[in-house]
Design a protein around this ligand. Structure first.
Ligand code: NAG
Ligand code: NAG
Ligand code: NAG
Ligand code: NAG
Length: 555
């Protein structure tokens, strides 16, 4: 057995060596490369141009070498690319293609069309058409309308795409001589893409093909990653990505205990460096994060006579407003913690409040069931909205400033008040009483919390459309708030009356992907840090705030 083995090994080696040498002569490759690359049995018969590599043998080696050459060129290593072409004997492009691409690069469109004959394409016309189209744009750009018109005639004669010719002809009419038409010029990459598609595959190697393939594989991995929740900068092409559910914040990393009564509301600042909370104890607190990611009390905002229902960040994070229950709305300076001013209507208390999208004004949902608007300086802005707000209702402005969103009629409706037309233009009707709502950052989605322990998600770009209903958390008496968060706002988190925090992911809405225990009273509100997708905060009747992070042992 041992004898036979060593014999065959010896023989194999001889053949291998000999064959390697033959190929080596043929391609002028250094011997050591050939020995490594070609397994013994194949080398005698194989044409290296037909070699396959990859763990499934799907990748044509010659194509692989060509996209490597292209990658080297795109990175500025032209000399190494030339060396690779020479050593491998596999050029990036054949001489005729190289010549053609040079003509394209120089914009020698007529010569390009002449050169097409060398390719023996089944149908040259579509390529000629595309080249003429590019020429048309260039000529039009110089303002030579006569010449542009002549090119269109040539295109008509090709009988490739009459509609396209008509489109181009209409551009001829709009553009006055000398006017800049660069906007209508095809981008070069778009043109090259179209051009490649008109040649048989592999004739022209698309620019930056390797980069594209690698990035596409990353995008696919992210797409298939269950509960994906890491920043793009964490991705690496050196290993296959899958974060499973380890990256969902679910470990208590800090408990904040400065409030002395139920914590009703909390919200991270837009820059993620602060957290603001408000409590039944009639105060609001601004917390600041340190370098270690721990929060400490920065300012306690005191002055309200009643519990503080909400505390909301100005778009630039320099001020917060607080809404005292059935009281005034106050604004505060974040840096100094100083009281800045109040917004009020004589004798009418506030129920909820909000900021204008640009920080120029304040919205108040008031106890007389109306919505009031103020300039930042306290001057009231005239606002007549047919439908009236309700008790407990939220008000908000979309970040584009277009819509004023509020809870309407008998608390079963959400109204979208268009600030341009000054009318309610859209209404969402819910089956049960609405207790709170929350907009996604890009205004595409709206989360609605119902009194019946249900959260509905609506798509609100265009005609509002309900896309799903979440169950699982417990609520019946209080306002429980929910929020979007995490990577791409793919997650929804919600408080619950059973002292837990519930988290769902958009790949599987029916079941929460995480249920977080720790609080000893109802969880009234949650907020996901907009700049740290691994940080979530929750506010509870137990008087504490919990900061949730990821389990370091699993990461
Ligand atoms: C337009 O181009 C043609 C040929 O390309 C040239 O003969 C003619 O003088 C040009 N006309 C103008 C107005 O530039
Ligand atoms: C408050 O600001 C608004 C808008 O800038 C302005 O029109 C109004 O006159 C100001 N009111 C006072 C009292 O300064
Ligand atoms: C609405 O608010 C008014 C005034 O604050 C209060 O009297 C009433 O009980 C509230 N209604 C509900 C359903 O909370
Ligand atoms: C808003 O964000 C969602 C999820 O991140 C995304 O699917 C959607 O395309 C975005 N919409 C707009 C208008 O950017």
């Amino acid at each position: 057995m041992g004898f036979a083995f060593s014999l065959s090994l010896g023989a194999g080696f001889c053949i291998f060596f000999g064959a390697g040498w033959v190929i080596l002569n043929h391609l002028r490759k250094p011997p050591v490369k050939t020995l490594v690359d070609n397994p013994p049995v194949k080398t005698l018969v194989d044409n290296p141009l037909l070699d396959f590599i990859g763990y499934k043998g799907l990748v044509k080696k010659s194509e692989f070498i060509r996209i490597l050459t292209d990658a080297l060129i795109s990175l500025g290593f032209d000399d190494i690319a030339a060396l690779l072409e020479e050593r491998s004997g596999i050029p990036l492009h054949s001489a005729i293609v190289k010549q053609f691409l040079k003509l394209v690069k120089d914009g020698e469109w007529d010569k390009c069309i002449d050169a097409l004959q060398g390719f023996q394409l089944r149908d040259e016309k579509p390529v000629s058409f595309l080249l003429l189209e590019q020429k048309f744009y260039e000529v039009l750009n110089t303002g030579n309308v006569t010449d542009a018109r002549r090119i269109l005639k040539e295109m008509v004669r090709l009988r490739v795409d009459t509609n396209r010719v008509h489109e181009l002809a209409s551009q001829l009419i709009i553009s006055a001589p000398g006017e800049d038409t660069t906007e209508s010029v095809n981008s070069r990459s778009e043109f090259m893409e179209k051009l490649q598609d008109l040649f048989p595959p592999g004739v022209i190697i698309p620019e930056r093909r390797l980069e594209y393939l690698i990035e596409k594989s990353l995008v696919d991995q992210v797409y298939h990653c269950s509960f994906h929740n890491v920043p793009d900068s964490d991705l690496s092409i050196c290993y296959d990505h899958d974060c499973e559910d380890h990256k969902i914040p679910s470990e208590t990393v800090q408990i904040l205990e400065e409030h002395i009564d139920e914590v009703w509301f909390l919200k991270f600042s837009h820059n993620g460096r602060y957290l603001a909370s408000s409590s039944k104890d009639k105060s609001a607190i601004i917390w600041e994060i340190n370098a270690e990611g721990k929060f400490s009390l920065k300012h306690k905002l005191e002055g309200h006579q009643n519990p503080v229902v909400e505390v909301l960040w100005s778009p630039d994070d320099r001020q917060v407003i607080t809404c005292g229950e059935n009281e005034v709305i106050r604004s505060w300076d974040v840096d100094s913690g100083a009281f800045v001013g109040s917004y009020e209507r004589n004798g009418v208390g506030s129920i909820s409040c909000g900021w204008f999208h640009d920080g120029s004004g304040i919205i108040g949902g008031m106890a007389d069931r109306r919505i009031y608007l103020w300039h930042l300086n306290g001057t009231e802005i005239e606002h007549e909205q047919g439908q009236r707000a309700q008790n407990l209702s939220d008000v908000a402005m979309t970040t584009d400033g277009k819509w004023l969103v509020s809870v309407g009629k008998e608390q079963h409706e959400i109204s979208f008040f268009d600030r341009e037309t000054n009318r309610v233009e859209d209404v969402i009707v819910e089956e049960d009483m609405i207790t709170s709502f929350s907009l996604s950052d890009n205004n595409s989605y709206l989360l609605i919390n119902l009194i019946t322990q249900k959260i509905n998600v609506w798509y609100i770009q265009g005609e509002p459309m309900k896309i799903l209903g979440l169950d699982g958390h417990k609520r019946s008496r209080f306002i429980i708030r929910s929020c979007f968060g995490g990577y791409d706002e793919d997650f929804i988190a919600s408080g619950s009356e059973d002292s837990q925090v519930y988290i769902w992911h958009r790949t599987e809405w029916r079941e929460p992907c995480r249920v977080l225990s720790g609080h000893s009273g109802a969880v009234n509100c949650v907020s996901w840090n907009p700049t740290d997708m691994h940080m979530l905060a929750s506010a509870s009747d137990d008087g504490t705030i919990r900061i949730w992070g990821i389990d370091k042992n699993l990461n």
